[in-house]
Design a protein around this ligand. Structure first.
Ligand code: C5J
Length: 232
């Protein structure tokens, strides 16, 4: 057991770092780069770029410690058999899920746009969860992976704050996992939704989890690793 105290809201939190994992939600080209799903829905994708540097800082700390790092990708099978028609039928037909765009078919597994951005690309040994929904637990083997590794706490990063991050945190909370959402490692196309999304998590004594930031999480991870004398 390696105890670490994380500066967080609504209050600092002591956790066992040996039972913590980092999950990075949907940092995919389709959400962060022009020509993808986010842009097809009319969003300004540059608003998500602010999360990349902080995510990388925490990712480096987690990798240095040998912490479990899990990446997720939202997307669908090429035949769309796992995509609810309700989800596909939104927006301009030329720019819907499955339509062909500059980075291949939008939000389809195996296409360039579906992949994770270069700055945060998974390395060997880091599981990538392909999820058909907003929540990372829905129709995936994420819970099984976490239980098999004895994980209790998740550091949560990714996009978008109010959609896939928030949904995943709610799913995790109901399953008994403690979530620490790193505010600057998350982003939204709507800055006000980002703020509200974080506020909803930490309200009422942390009804869904805790909110911290990249510097606090990385510092706690590096400090504990130095003290315990263990790095991967
Ligand atoms: C959205 C996501 N916003 N990853 N997906 O459609 O948040």
């Amino acid at each position: 057991m390696v105890r670490a105290t994380i500066k967080a809201e609504p209050h600092p939190l002591a956790i066992d770092l040996d039972r913590a994992a980092l999950i990075i939600i949907d940092m995919q080209r389709d959400f962060l780069e022009p020509g993808g799903f986010g842009a097809a829905l009319g969003n300004d994708v540059t608003l998500l770029a602010a999360a990349i540097g902080p995510c990388k800082a925490v990712l480096d700390a987690a990798r240095a410690r040998g912490m479990l790092v899990i990446h997720t990708r939202e997307g669908h099978r090429p035949d769309l058999s796992d995509a609810p028609p309700l989800k596909v039928e939104r927006g301009d037909p030329a720019m819907r899920i499955g339509a062909r765009g500059p980075m291949g078919r939008i939000l389809i597994r195996g296409e360039a746009g579906h992949d994770i951005i270069a700055a945060l690309y998974p390395i060997d040994g880091e599981p990538v969860i392909d999820k058909p929904g907003k929540g990372a637990f829905y129709q995936t083997d994420l819970e099984l992976m976490l239980r098999n590794r004895g994980i209790e706490t998740l550091f949560v990063c990714g996009v978008t704050t109010e959609i896939c991050v928030n949904t995943t945190v709610r799913e995790a909370n109901d399953r008994g996992f403690r979530c620490i959402v790193l505010s600057d490692c998350c982003a939204s196309y709507f800055p006000q939704f980002h703020e509200i999304g974080l506020a909803m998590i930490k309200a009422q004594g942390g009804i869904l989890g805790w909110v911290s930031d990249a510097a606090s999480a990385a510092a706690a991870i590096y400090t504990a690793t130095a003290k315990s004398g263990r790095a991967a």
